[in-house]
Design a protein around this ligand. Structure first.
Ligand code: HEC
Length: 140
């Protein structure tokens, strides 16, 4: 074999290794410093990204606001027993639940988490939740 064929084989090997390496790059992979989603699977050419150097990004305090519980009979009992371990936001952040589901929640707090709530108070709590936090009763 002549010198020229060695050079050609050498060049072929270099070209081949290049394609193998290129295939190992995952398309759409986000590299550090590049904070955009990849366009993997997209056939649309993304628009030009407008970048500014004077952008201000600020994050306020974590919202700790606890919505007020609905007025009505049994509210005080709920205030006493149901914010013993967590805030009453746990109640207001639930979607409207059927009465049976609320009863289940109250029972879980007592039986699973050990909430010290008497049977009588538990009944008052359940009826308060039924009156204000079910699908038909809940005010937005
Ligand atoms: C003994 C402590 C304790 C008391 C008292 C308590 N809870 Fe809980 N509650 C918990 C724990 C623990 C969780 C689960 C927290 C979590 O998963 O992040 C929880 C979660 C919840 C949730 C979220 C949904 C769920 O099922 O996990 C609701 C709703 C809730 N409590 C309602 C109530 C109501 C109503 C009362 C009053 C009857 C009450 N809690 C009293 C301990 C308590």
């Amino acid at each position: 074999m002549g010198k020229a064929s060695h050079i050609i084989i050498g060049l072929l090997l270099v070209a081949l290794s290049g394609t193998v390496l290129a295939e190992n790059e995952i398309p759409g992979l986000i590299r550090s410093g590049q904070y955009r989603e990849g366009t993997l699977g997209s056939v649309i050419q993304p628009g030009q990204v407008q970048q500014t150097s004077d952008g201000v990004y600020s994050v306020g305090a974590y919202p700790l606001y606890t919505p007020a519980l609905a007025q009505g009979e049994g509210r005080e009992v709920v205030q006493i027993f149901c914010r013993f371990c967590h805030s009453t936001t746990y109640l207001t952040m639930q979607p409207p639940l059927p009465a049976a589901a609320w009863e289940g929640v109250v029972n879980k707090m007592i039986n699973t988490y050990g909430a010290p709530i008497s049977e009588d108070s538990a009944k008052q709590i359940a009826s308060y939740l039924r009156a204000h936090y079910t699908q038909t009763a809940r005010k937005p």
